[in-house]
Design a protein around this ligand. Sequence first.
Ligand code: FEO
Length: 404
Amino acid sequence: MKVHPITDHIYALHADIRSDDLFEGIWPIPYGVSLNSYLVKGEKIALLDLVRDWVGAPVELKNQLASVGVALEDIDYVILNHLEPDHTGWLGEFLKINQKALVLATAKGVELVKNFYFEHERVRVVKDGETLDLGSGQVLKFFETPNVHWPETMMTWSESGGVLFSCDGFGAFGALGERVFDDEISEDEHDFFEAESLRYYANIIASFGTFVKRAIDKLSALPIKVVAPSHGIIWRAHPETIIQRYLRYAGYLEGKREKEIAIVWGSMYGNTERGLKHVIEGIEEEKVSYTIHRVPNENVSFVLADVYKSEGVVIAMPTYEYKMFPPMAYVLDIFERKHVVQRKVLRIGSYGWVGGAKKEYEAKMAALKWDSLESVEWAGAPTQEIAEILRERGRELARRVKGA
Ligand code: FEO
């Protein structure tokens, strides 16, 4: 990978991670993910955000620094906007190689440096609004932006470059290759990264929408020319695009969702699937767009992205040993953890001997504060009568979504 200059003094470095390993040990990255770091060269040299030792990322970082004449030993400051180990996992090794660098983080970040990496001496707290003068006109300013994505998070601002180093904020899944700026990629690639930014947001940031809005409010007076996150595209042509996108995502938590329906289904022998077809007919009659995911065949990471943005949800699952279909129980648990609350929902499903999913499902609905239409359960295969009820419920859900 090449180094990409952002200004005469600021450079973007990145390692593309392509691995079957899961991000955070949970989320698949079939299209990879980038770990972006940034170099700011004044008379002193600062490196913003590190990498973890993952698929050769430290070697990539070292080689890219060398390509602009900087050895690891030359770095004076390591600025850690966020302490999650995807950005800091290699810190201990780095500090062994470099004997002089000072680590800068928020007060909460410094505690994590001590706890994760046992570094107590070469670490200093930076306060909200504090500046660091690197010389040659390169002044960095620190803004605490808690919970984007952990409590210790901050963002760093380069006044001279108009660059906001936002770490997880404004990030996306997806490897970058050699083109890293928003004006270097095609419309199709933008569509791809939009999907991967929604999935990233829904998987990683979703629980913290209120804090995303707070951070954007706090930084709104800055004349931002470049948004430089530590995952995904660097936005220099249209930084407002990713800021507005993140505001839209944060709005999903508050009810400003897409008038779409996310269908999540599982079926043991095809009877729930047969019933679902009639619900879909009803939705299509009302011309409401929908996405559809089968569980457990599709990973919850992708399911979560579509459910997160949608006002309406269909949960189609059979009863399994008197309770919910286990893969769906897992998905609903993830929805609860990610605050996917207050959707308009229809549940349908087939059972063999006796129902039972209903009771467990309703307990889950209460936790999610979902507004449920009357569920439809049937024994065995759906009859003509059940088919008509399912079609009407599909229409009704679609009408409610349109009216939201
Ligand atoms: Fe990219 Fe929350 O770490």
